[in-house]
Design a protein around this ligand. Structure first.
Ligand code: MG
Length: 146
């Protein structure tokens, strides 16, 4: 399983996942094993990597690859986990980055329709990404109608 960070584990720019997503990741870890869970974020900051190293040492960050929607991060996830790409779930709140990367890589996308947002912490970034997500949904609807 590959997890996006911003919007999926916390609001944009947060240094660590929210408490409820920590609980959820612990459940995922017990089901899948931490070695089969990866963070595939276009913003793999050192602060986030450090947080995971302390709290989920088995969960690895994918880095040194081209950003989503390039499929490279999912290809690397498959190589590191030894799991066929068709068995990998990419959990992302963006259709044209993570979900598209999953489709390109022949993995499975899981679209988070209601991502975590915090207008209090990052009003302009959250507004920008909310508009971007809306645009993506409209674009996908438009191109699938014809
Ligand atoms: Mg995101």
């Amino acid at each position: 399983m590959a997890l996006d960070f911003d919007g999926v584990l916390s609001h944009h720019g947060a240094p660590a996942p929210l408490p409820e997503t920590v609980v959820w990741m612990k459940r995922c870890e017990s089901v899948f094993g931490g070695g089969r869970i990866f963070i595939l974020s276009n913003k793999p900051t050192d602060v986030r990597k450090q947080w995971f190293a302390e709290h989920f040492p088995e969960i690895r960050f994918i880095s040194g690859v081209r950003k989503k929607p390039f499929p490279d991060g999912l290809t690397k996830t498959g190589e590191l986990s030894g799991v066929p790409l068709s068995h990998i779930l990419m959990v992302d709140d963006r259709l044209l980055t993570g979900c598209l990367a999953a489709l390109v890589a022949d993995a499975r996308p899981c679209y988070i329709r209601r991502p975590y947002v915090s207008y209090r912490h990052r009003p302009f970034a959250e507004m920008f990404f909310s508009i971007l997500r809306l645009f993506e949904r409209c674009y996908i609807k438009a191109i699938t109608l014809y």
